[in-house]
Design a protein around this ligand. Structure first.
Ligand code: G3P
Ligand code: MG
Length: 245
């Protein structure tokens, strides 16, 4: 499956997280309704190894409760409202299972970037494997791109699921990014937009890899990055592209 049909692309970061609580089904649904071709989500395992969508190990920031996701079973997680932090609406939402988002993406015929975000580094391979068991049946039906800051997670896919498109994530500049990407047979390089100066942008965009920058919420910055040749941006605003020239 060709992963990026058109360019530039927008990946709605944690769904439409300015309008609904991040990483919840209402946020993903809104992002697709607003025209996003892709959404990005963070996937972690519960204590009983269920792949769910949640950014932080600790539920304090979103659910206002001190509990770690790797110490909660999926059933126990149902008692936590991960929309508790979101003052704009009274949306009650639990952390969704990965398959709930994949079903939604299938309904809209859109893409999903699954960021493997293990609660602890030691769970990297288990999280990769758990997510793989869920996403496998969807691979030929919707565009799926897997990324992670955990190299061990990406290597797990390259060894066990060679058909999966991989994105190599960089929050700080890695001088050996090209060797890593080659070793991973990556499709794309995902970079914090803050580390992208003109020199680095040239190196990346002249390579064979698609280049995605996160998290871009300014039209001016999006235009600058597209002019430099990036393939796409992650944005908290699903409609940022229509505002860019
Ligand atoms: O995958 C891009 C971006 O989501 C990485 O940072 O912390 O928002 O997961 P974070
Ligand atoms: Mg993420």
């Amino acid at each position: 499956m060709i992963i990026f049909q058109t360019k530039p692309i927008l990946i709605s970061h944690r769904g439409a997280n300015l309008l609904a609580p991040e990483n919840t089904l209402p946020a993903f649904d809104l992002a697709y309704q607003m025209g996003a071709a892709w959404v990005e989500c963070d996937v972690v395992l519960t204590e009983d190894s269920v792949p769910v969508i949640l950014h932080d190990r600790d539920l304090w920031r979103t659910a206002r409760s001190h509990a770690d996701i790797d110490n909660l079973t999926y059933d126990a997680l149902q008692n936590y409202n991960v929309g508790a932090y979101f003052a704009k609406t009274k949306i009650q939402a639990t952390a969704p299972k990965l398959e709930a988002l994949l079903e939604l993406a299938l309904k809209y015929g859109r893409g999903v970037n699954i960021e493997i975000k293990p609660a602890l580094s030691v769970y990297a391979e288990a999280t990769a494997e758990g997510a793989w068991e869920i996403m496998g049946p969807y691979l030929d039906r919707i565009p799926i791109l897997v990324s992670s800051f955990e190299l061990k997670a990406l290597l797990w896919y390259r060894e066990n699921a060679p058909e999966v498109n991989l994105g190599y994530l960089m929050s700080s500049w890695q001088a050996d990014w090209k060797e890593k990407a080659l070793h991973l047979k990556a499709t794309s390089i995902h970079c914090d937009e803050k580390i992208l100066n003109q020199k680095r942008l040239s190196l990346l965009t002249e390579s064979e890899y698609s280049v995605l920058a996160y998290t871009v919420n300014s039209v001016a910055r999006a235009e600058e990055l597209f002019k430099a040749g990036v393939t796409g941006i992650f944005s908290d605003d699903p409609q940022l592209l229509s505002k860019a020239g």
